[in-house]
Write a protein that binds this ligand. Structure first.
Ligand code: PEP
Length: 251
């Protein structure tokens, strides 16, 4: 009932030209994969070129961040009005933004509301650190992040969002969560919390991705889990083998 969704987060990689060449190389192969939604999220400067290269394609484009104000004295920031019409998705609250750039739950919530007000689909990232995981705090921490991120959203706004559960200890480390670990947290700390906030119909409609060292070799295992609807992929989305990864996600 939920269409699977795999998105590539290119992070701070590829120049504008390299991004366009890469997307031209993989677009037609991605196009040919049915039964799944696909997106690539290049750096801001590559968004116009990548969006133009994918115009009319079913491969979507996303930004990696956004500020919540529409315009003004916010040096270095990009607003929702600048992204509206340029891309469909926006990754919000990625753990690298939270850890390295001081993003807070409150700021992430404001960004989600602003994105929705501008017809952008937020990919809302949540996930615990290694220390929190080892201290047995994963469920309470991730549940808290989900409640904070979705505060003040209506049912229909929540239904539009995508959530990416990304344990920080699994991002870029090659140490992925097992599919059962990911499923357990996604069910208990994301889907059940969304059910509590918005009711079962809305919670069942929301797509929840796993992220953290997803590769062509492990994606199918995650996709077999009932509450995992796709993946947010970092490193493995930078190579042309991303096509094989997406193909393997259709199980
Ligand atoms: C990410 O950046 O969201 C991510 C999951 O990275 P990686 O796939 O490289 O672990």
């Amino acid at each position: 009932m939920r269409t699977p969704f795999v998105a590539g987060n290119w992070k701070m990689n590829k120049s504008a030209d390299a991004a366009v060449s890469f997307v031209r190389e993989i677009a037609s192969q991605l196009e040919a994969i049915d039964g799944i939604d696909i997106a690539v999220c290049p750096p801001f400067v590559a968004l116009p070129g990548v969006a133009a290269a994918l115009a009319g394609s079913r491969v979507g484009v996303g930004a990696q961040n956004m500020y919540y104000e529409e315009s003004g004295a916010y040096t270095g920031e990009i607003s929702p009005t600048m992204l509206q019409g340029l891309c469909r998705y926006v990754i919000l609250g990625h753990s690298e933004r939270r850890a390295l750039f001081g993003e807070t739950d409150d700021g992430v919530n404001k960004k989600i509301l602003a994105a929705l007000a501008h017809q952008l689909t937020p990919i809302v990232c949540v996930g615990e650190s290694l220390a929190q995981n080892e201290a047995g705090e994963t469920q309470s921490f991730v549940s808290g992040q989900v409640r904070a991120a979705f505060a003040g959203l209506s049912d229909w706004q929540a239904a539009v969002c995508v959530v990416a559960y990304e344990p920080i200890w699994a991002i870029g480390t090659g140490r992925s969560a097992t599919s059962q670990q990911a499923e357990d947290i996604i069910r208990t700390s994301v889907r059940d919390v969304l059910t509590d906030l918005f009711g079962p119909d809305t919670a069942q409609a929301i797509r929840i991705q796993y992220g953290g060292s997803v590769t062509v070799d492990n994606i199918a295992e995650y996709m077999r889990q009932p509450d995992i609807d796709g993946a947010l992929v970092g490193g493995a989305s930078l190579k042309s083998s991303f096509v094989d990864l997406v193909r393997s996600a259709v199980v």
